[in-house]
Ligand binder design. Structure first.
Ligand code: C2E
Ligand code: MG
Ligand code: MG
Ligand code: MG
Length: 278
């Protein structure tokens, strides 16, 4: 049988569903509750330009609160949201909220870009582009300030229509970046086939560049290649000055990481913006 949400809120599970762990079912319940009661939130992590370290953008990252506390991390609840299909509503909420916030900052004199993560199911979902248009219209955000972060997994999920869909999104002026670059199986072929504006070098590379010669060589090569393809390169998870110096010299254009700021609430981020340009 299909899973049915009972009118009283209880669920009937098919036998294979009962194999989902209790933890995952608990997260599903928390997610449903959070969606209905406005308990999801976004935090914003600064993205800086490698040369001057000015904040040029923010990545919006989902947070889930239970009684005011963060009980589950995105790495725990995003997979459950994907398995249950809830990611479509949650992702739409996140996209709208991020665009609304970026529009506010733009009005206040800070026209920074906003990056939003998009899950495979959300991307595949018929009408993704229409939904995107609706959100851009409703919020009034300049599409050029929006960047969608897609992973290889997202690209793979789109099937034959992927390239067409990516082109449609870019026609609006929205930018696309390949997230977690280098961790998948086909990174290089993705770079060749899919029209993206930027790639984000995964934290796993950045972590090792200062003490592992091979990682350093691979990372430099990725940056050089991306630049020759005219793509921006954003390094993720930059935590030390040594990493930052290496990446800057290798030609990385933008950076993100605890060295420049962890994800933070919108109000905190605004304070940083105030200090940014005075
Ligand atoms: P991601 O998109 O690759 O985001 C980067 C993650 O690295 C974030 O974890 C961020 O807090 C963390 N991070 C940033 N700088 C550093 C650093 O210097 N050191 C370390 N150790 N970590 C750093 P977070 O917020 O826990 O998110 C994890 C993943 O969950 C994201 O990876 C993304 O794949 C997913 N996610 C988060 N928000 C959303 C969303 O709104 N929609 C979708 N579909 N996925 C999301
Ligand atoms: Mg991301
Ligand atoms: Mg990433
Ligand atoms: Mg990631």
């Amino acid at each position: 049988e299909v899973k049915t949400q009972g009118r009283q809120g209880y669920c009937f599970y098919a036998p294979e569903m009962s194999q989902r762990s209790a933890a995952s079912q608990r997260i599903e319940n928390v997610l449903r509750h959070a969606l209905a009661h406005n308990e999801l939130a976004l935090q914003y992590q600064p993205m800086v330009d490698a040369q001057h370290r000015h904040i040029v953008g923010a990545e919006a990252l989902l947070r889930l609160y239970v009684d005011g506390k963060e009980v589950f991390t995105p790495d725990q609840f995003i997979p459950v949201a994907e398995d249950t299909g809830l990611i479509v509503s949650i992702g739409t909420w996140a996209l709208r909220e991020a665009c609304r916030q970026a529009r506010t900052w733009q009005r206040e004199g800070h026209p920074i870009s906003i990056s939003v993560n998009v899950s495979p199911l959300q991307f595949q979902y018929a009408g993704f582009c229409e939904r995107l248009d609706t959100i851009l219209n409703e919020t009034g955000l300049d599409p050029g300030l929006l960047e969608l972060e897609l992973t290889e997994r997202t690209m793979m999920s789109g099937g034959d229509g992927t390239i067409r869909l990516l082109r449609r999104i870019r026609q609006r002026g929205v930018r696309l970046s390949l997230d977690d670059f280098g961790t998948g199986y086909n990174s290089l072929s993705y770079l060749k086939h899919f029209p993206v504006d930027a790639l984000k070098i995964d934290r796993a590379f950045v972590r090792d560049i200062t003490h592992d010669a091979e990682t350093a060589a691979i990372t430099s090569a990725i940056i050089a290649m991306a630049r020759s393809l005219n793509k921006d390169v954003i390094a993720e998870g930059v935590e030390t000055e040594m990493q930052s110096a290496f990446l800057r010299e290798a030609g990385c254009s933008h950076m993100q990481g605890f060295l420049f700021g962890a994800p933070m609430a919108a109000e905190k981020f605004e304070e940083r913006l105030g200090a940014n340009r005075g």
